[in-house]
Design a protein around this ligand. Structure first.
Ligand SMILES: Nc1ncnc2c1ncn2[C@@H]1O[C@H](COP(=O)(O)OP(=O)(O)O)[C@@H](O)[C@H]1O
Ligand SMILES: [Mg+2]
Length: 295
């Protein structure tokens, strides 16, 4: 059992960004400053090379902070190491490692949302033949493949989408490309999902752009909903999805939802809110002020 969260802890943001390169977190750091929220920086290269105490050396050892991580995607193990290094300084993360994993890994969130998302199977480990056999339970392709966290949708036809009529050879080639694309960030195993008839709204350079929205949940509420792609579309009222959000043991997370060709809605995926990219139309000041208490 974890101790209850102390509401008196001061809140701050811990950015996990690449200090030598402009990235979207710069805009978020400016937003934090404009709101008077303190922010610190974790050294991701130190964290990823197993040196968690060094990674948090820019975080002051005072004040018992509650830190909201906003940064590049971490594995559960890396996030846990970050949490431990921060607790040695007397701080804690807003999202616990358990909550982080509950939202990030499909095998964790899928059982809670199975009725509202594409039927899926998964393997532990990178054996594509095992994934092909597991996929028998879904019926024949089309499928999409990803790892337990992420796809290689940027290489849609070669490393993500498995078309109708694909053979085992085709499937294994697509899995091999996915493995290559994810490299040493490949997470745990393959996920194979039934390909659903999502409403196509446009094209990205790599593949179809579906009518997809990113919903941010925090503090038990739906905080924001914005188009996933940079399209000028009206955002429907997603309040009814709060009920789905309550099925997850997470504190700050995103749920991507998409419209089916027949007008129904499905959950595409769930991720931790700290590592989900902000859609272009979402002002980080709005999100941070909805999420963080003042002071
Ligand atoms: N079951 C599915 N059926 C049809 N299209 C899908 C399905 N799952 C994902 N997609 C499409 O593929 C894209 C990438 O899949 P997603 O699970 O969101 O991976 P990533 O974690 O890389 O964003 C989605 O944005 C959506 O357009
Ligand atoms: Mg996605």
């Amino acid at each position: 059992m974890s101790p209850s969260r102390n509401p008196r802890r001061a809140q701050a943001i811990l950015f996990g960004r690449n200090p030598h390169q402009y990235d979207t977190f710069d805009v978020e750091a400016e937003a934090a400053e404009a709101l008077g929220i303190d922010s610190y920086q974790v050294d991701l290269s130190a964290l990823l090379s197993g040196n968690a105490s060094q990674a948090v050396s820019a975080v002051p050892e005072r004040g018992a902070l509650e830190l909201l991580y906003r940064g590049w995607m971490l594995t559960e193990e890396e996030y846990t190491a970050l949490d431990e290094a921060l607790s040695e300084l007397g701080h804690r993360l807003t999202t616990t490692p358990e909550q982080y994993a509950a939202a990030m890994y499909l095998p964790n969130w899928y059982p809670r949302l199975a009725a509202y998302t594409a039927r899926s199977v998964w393997t532990d480990g990178p054996d594509a033949t095992e994934a092909w056999h597991a996929a028998r339970a879904l019926g024949p392709p089309p499928y999409i493949v990803k790892d337990h966290v992420k796809s290689a949708k940027e290489r849609w036809a070669e490393a993500c989408f498995v078309p109708a009529g694909a053979t085992r050879e085709d499937f294994e080639r697509i899995c091999a490309n996915l493995l290559e694309e994810r490299g040493d960030r490949f997470e745990r195993g393959f996920v194979v999902r039934r390909f659903l008839p999502l409403k196509t709204y446009g094209q990205t350079p790599a593949g179809p752009a579906h009518l997809e929205f990113r919903l941010f949940f925090g503090r038990g509420r739906l905080l924001a909903a914005e188009p996933y792609h940079d399209f000028d579309v009206e955002v429907p009222d997603f309040t009814a999805f709060e009920e789905l959000g309550r099925r997850l043991d997470a504190r700050f997370f995103t749920m991507d939802v998409a419209m089916l060709e027949d007008g129904g809605w499905v959950v595409v995926e769930v991720n931790d809110g700290g590592v989900s990219g902000l859609p272009a139309s979402l002002d980080p000041r709005e999100l941070f002020s909805a999420l963080l208490r003042a002071g």
